[in-house]
Design a protein around this ligand. Structure first.
Ligand SMILES: Cc1cc2nc3c(=O)[nH]c(=O)nc-3n(C[C@H](O)[C@H](O)[C@H](O)COP(=O)(O)OP(=O)(O)OC[C@H]3O[C@@H](n4cnc5c(N)ncnc54)[C@H](O)[C@@H]3O)c2cc1C
Length: 300
């Protein structure tokens, strides 16, 4: 799975980190070490890394801000291609549009849009994901989602060749896009927005932040909503109706503030979180007949 290549110095200028604890790279703060994290500074370096991976028969995992991931305690015995160093953003001159590299974080991007008087990303100001992760997942909140603002996605295929896809061709659906099915590494996205008074944008973002803080356990590490929204239901309401609020396994807990969030209340292992997820799923299935599906991605 790629552990055999010493990636340090394999590609000029490419940062390569061996045995990096994934508890430092995920918002859940759990997970053992990744054998290699490769951190390209731009699409050229990412392309070179993908080519070398392909030659070596390695399928790298693409790492954004780790805000929707649960990495097992044993770690990941392979290569992670991280966008952490690809975080440039820019306002297009004379156009209501922004371009961002895939590692740019949504709260920063939303702030840049607000400063420039561009509306459309207010919903994203409290989502702690990167542009790449959010485009892949079609992240959304409070009636907004990426599909509404993404005009184009730039990506590299498994051989490191550059391509672009119009937003309309990205197959966006609920927490889904074509990037969930293909081994394509997103390098950046173009956002088409609408002019709006910056004060109004800021006021809307402040209101959404207030609502998040009121409802969500933001003081604890988590990956946001642990389960997908089941059709016709809300995961949090089902979990709460089954009396599972506050249920604890080791350091993992069903949040007392928001039952849809499983949190790391201190010292949780991935095994704790997985065992808690299982108990929640079983109880909800037995008591309501609804099957909860994880929204967080379990690695590997
Ligand atoms: C407190 C909290 C609140 C949250 N609120 C919301 C919310 O309101 N709405 C919502 O939708 N989500 C929410 N989330 C979940 C999460 O922030 C989003 O799913 C986000 O889009 C994940 O982005 P990421 O960069 O962290 O991706 P990661 O978790 O790093 O990765 C997620 C997936 O995207 C893939 N990926 C990452 N980068 C790339 C790339 N460059 N190219 C191709 N694939 C890539 C990964 O391989 C993985 O499959 C929340 C999470 C937390 C912790």
């Amino acid at each position: 799975m790629g552990g055999e290549i010493d990636w340090r110095g394999a590609i000029p200028g490419l940062a390569a980190l061996p045995d990096e604890p994934m508890s430092r790279r995920t918002t859940f703060r759990v997970g053992g070490p990744a054998r290699w994290i490769l951190q390209p500074a731009d699409a050229q370096q990412a392309g070179a890394a993908l080519r070398l991976c392909q030659e070596a028969g390695i399928a790298p995992f693409f790492l954004g801000n780790g805000s929707n991931l649960l990495v097992r305690d044993e770690g990941y015995d392979g290569v992670m291609l991280s966008t952490a160093a690809m975080d440039q953003m820019t306002v297009l001159p004379g156009e209501p549009a922004l371009y961002a590299q895939s590692g740019a974080l949504l709260p920063r991007l939303a702030n840049l849009a607000a400063e420039a008087g561009l509306s459309g990303l207010e919903f994203a100001s409290g989502i702690p994901g990167s542009v790449g992760g959010a485009a892949r997942m079609n992240a959304g909140a409070y009636g907004g989602e990426m599909s509404q603002v993404v005009e184009r996605v730039d990506y590299l295929d498994e051989a490191g060749r550059p391509h672009a896809l119009a937003g309309a061709d990205c197959g966006f659906a609920y927490r889904h896009s074509v990037f969930c099915q293909e081994p394509w590494f997103i390098t950046g996205a173009l956002f088409r927005l609408k002019p709006r008074d910056p004060a109004e944008i800021r006021a809307e973002m402040a209101e959404l932040t207030r609502r998040r803080r009121e409802k969500q356990p933001l003081d604890y590490p988590s990956a946001g909503s642990t389960f997908k929204r089941p059709q016709g239901h809300f995961a949090a309401a089902l979990i709460e109706s089954c009396g599972l609020k506050g249920l604890t396994v080791g350091g993992a807990q069903v949040s007392e503030k928001h039952s849809g969030f499983l949190i790391n209340r201190g010292g949780a292992t991935c095994a704790d979180v997985l065992a808690l997820m299982e108990r929640v799923r079983d109880a909800v299935w037995e008591q309501t007949g609804v099957r909860l599906e994880p929204e967080v991605e379990i690695i590997p």
